[in-house]
Design a protein around this ligand. Structure first.
Ligand SMILES: Nc1ncnc2c1ncn2[C@@H]1O[C@H](COP(=O)(O)OP(=O)(O)OP(=O)(O)O)[C@@H](O)[C@H]1O
Length: 588
């Protein structure tokens, strides 16, 4: 029995939240302790009715202290109001702290998740699970506990008043009250699945807003509004259906409890009349009893009304801890060492990789890049070039084989020190809302203005920046929307430049640009590549002719490796065919 109570969801949820409550335990306890007088004062009001009724209304006695009953009631209610205010204030204070701490833990967790976690989620899921669930969990936790405690003390003291007035009537009332609780136990199971679906649909709404925001130009360009509207209408319709189903399955609770309680009240009035007529109970005692019973009934009825929110909060707590308990797949090994420098080489040895089990994307990749060399990855679209370079900073881990830096498997070193040695420029780089300075400093948080200007200069962006009224402090908009494609790319190159990492990864860094922008970005890239070990993916083969090694990848396999001249020497070779096809296109 004890074990059952200890393991009940209610207790488990509160136990799990304890570390978050602990730093604020004193104020939380104070807020909760205030529930005792707040709850108990209900009983004082009910109790004061007995002498008033008996002495003033029945005996018509004057000069009795019972005449003070109305004043008592006002006094107690003011007292109760003041305490309720204080308890609410303390609760919000403690609750907000706990919510922030929980959100901080969740956000820290979010930052540790590997790329594949984000591949599987949509933005709505992340907002819902990491933000809304924390709100829901904490709001429910404290306010429910406060409600529970104040109602518990209110109920206990009112039950005391009931027994003080008449034990016979109290027994009837208790049996009926017991019956009103039963339906509650049934509702949880009936609405659990619905709640899960409601959360899923809620996150779809957020994703729809995010997509409309990020993809507004595509929506406009393709006149995609009607389809988007339809998609959104469907999400809202499904939310509507769920909320109606939820109402169907849970809203019977309150009326059923109400009806059950009315039987109890009817029975006590009926039997109470008998007790009064047979002089076993005074009229004042009876009024006091009925008042206490009605007061007792209100919190119990509300408990039914709050039941859904309690369930929502408990399920949110369960989901929050599911996230906090999950262990990122890609993380530092125990005893991982620091990767200090890169002296000799970077080697892919028998590397196999798949995003989804059973669908190999890279097959037995063997590749050796000496320090200072530039390695170009070329080949058909979808062949696995981006996948190869995304294994280097451990966005994903290999299924089998090894990636070695100076002979050490990259899984043996800390993630931070490994990623510290690499600067990555993608085709579509993420720029943060903020200024040019903020975005360059991501590569080196303590960079001086001189260093920032130097990086911008090397990225061919210094002239543009100095022509702006606010220079480095120019706001570039969310995702750098206020910059041109080439400028965004050069800002990303400046960011990589200031990092001064020994390994540079360029994943189609110039593919999205027109010829004129590409020429400038290409020059910026050449600056970035100087004296570094470089992995470059480029569609335009003319840009990688001078690479030390060109690696041709097709369907996850290395087909050819060599210099431009060597590969052009292979009759009917992949590279030669690709190169000639591009060359012909460009001379047409
Ligand atoms: N996150 C992912 N989850 C599942 N499959 C993926 C993921 N990313 C890529 N793939 C699949 O892996 C294969 C290799 O993709 P990859 O992006 O590495 O090719 P690529 O050679 O860089 O192509 P492109 O030149 O078109 O950019 C493709 O079949 C692709 O559909």
């Amino acid at each position: 029995m004890f074990e059952k109570i200890r393991n009940s969801q209610f207790i488990l949820n509160y136990r799990r939240m304890w570390p978050y409550v602990k730093p604020y335990w004193f104020r939380a306890l104070l807020a909760m302790s205030l529930c005792i007088p707040i709850g108990s004062l209900d009983a004082v009001i009910a109790l004061s009715l007995k002498p008033y009724m008996d002495m003033v209304l029945i005996e018509k006695s004057t000069g009795s202290s019972a005449w003070y009953a109305p004043l008592f009631i006002i006094g107690f209610t003011i007292c109760q109001g003041g305490l309720t205010y204080l308890a609410t204030y303390l609760n919000v204070w403690v609750g907000s702290h706990i919510t922030n701490d929980l959100k901080m833990s969740l956000y820290n967790k979010l930052l540790t998740f590997e790329t594949s976690f984000f591949d599987r989620q949509n933005s709505g899921d992340v907002v819902f699970r990491f933000n809304n669930d924390a709100d829901l969990a904490c709001a429910g936790l404290l306010s429910n506990l406060r409600l529970f405690l104040s109602r518990l003390f209110s109920s206990l003291s009112l039950i005391g008043v009931l027994f003080y007035n008449s034990w016979q009537l109290s027994v009837i009332a208790m049996v009926v009250l017991g019956c009103t609780f039963y339906p509650m136990t049934r509702v949880r199971n009936m609405i659990k699945a619905l709640m899960k679906q409601t959360v899923a649909s809620g996150s779809q709404t957020i994703t729809a807003y995010n997509e409309t925001f990020a993809g507004n130009r595509t929506i406009m360009a393709y006149n995609y509004q009607p389809q988007q509207k339809e998609k959104f209408r469907k999400i809202l319709a499904s939310l509507f259906k769920l909320s109606i189903k939820m109402t169907q399955r849970s809203s019977w609770l309150s009326p059923v409890m109400h009806i059950t309680a009315s039987f109890g009240i009817a029975a006590t009035i009926g039997y109470g009349s008998h007790l009064i007529l047979t002089n076993q109970l005074s009229p004042g005692g009876f009024v006091s009893f009925i008042s206490a019973l009605l007061m007792l009934y209100t919190p119990i009825k509300n408990l039914g009304n709050n039941f859904n929110s309690v369930q929502f909060s408990f399920m949110a707590i369960e989901r929050v801890f599911e996230l906090l308990d999950s262990i990122p797949v890609i993380r530092d090994k125990e005893n991982a060492t620091e990767l200090k420098t890169v002296h000799k080489n970077i080697e892919f040895r028998n590397v196999n990789f798949s995003y989804n089990p059973g669908v190999p994307v890279l097959k037995n990749i063997n590749l050796d890049a000496k320090v200072g060399q530039s390695i170009a990855l070329v080949g058909n679209s979808g062949g696995g070039k981006s996948t190869i370079v995304s294994l280097l900073p451990r966005f994903y881990d290999v299924d089998s084989g090894h990636i070695l830096i100076d002979g050490i498997d990259i899984r043996e070193v800390t993630l931070a020190s490994l990623r510290d040695k690499m600067a990555v420029v993608f085709q579509d780089n993420f720029l943060f809302s903020g200024t040019i300075r903020d975005n360059v400093k991501i590569g080196k948080p303590d960079a001086s203005d001189d260093e920032i200007w130097k990086a911008l200069d090397m990225a061919y962006l210094a002239d543009f920046t100095s022509s702006l009224k606010e220079g480095l402090d120019t706001y570039i908009g969310e995702r750098g929307i206020l910059l041109s494609g080439g400028q965004k790319q050069r800002l990303a190159i400046a960011r990589a430049f200031i990092k001064d990492a020994p390994i540079i990864i360029l994943d189609e860094a110039t593919s999205a640009l027109d010829n004129k922008s590409e020429a400038v970005v290409q020059k910026a890239i050449e600056n970035l590549m100087k004296d570094k070990t470089v992995f470059v993916i480029a569609h335009r083969l003319s840009t990688i002719r001078n690479a030390d090694k060109i690696v041709v990848i097709n369907e996850g396999e290395i087909m050819e490796i060599g210099s431009h001249e060597e590969l052009m020497g292979i009759e009917d070779g992949f590279y030669k065919t690709l190169y000639n096809a591009q060359f012909k296109k460009s001379t047409k």
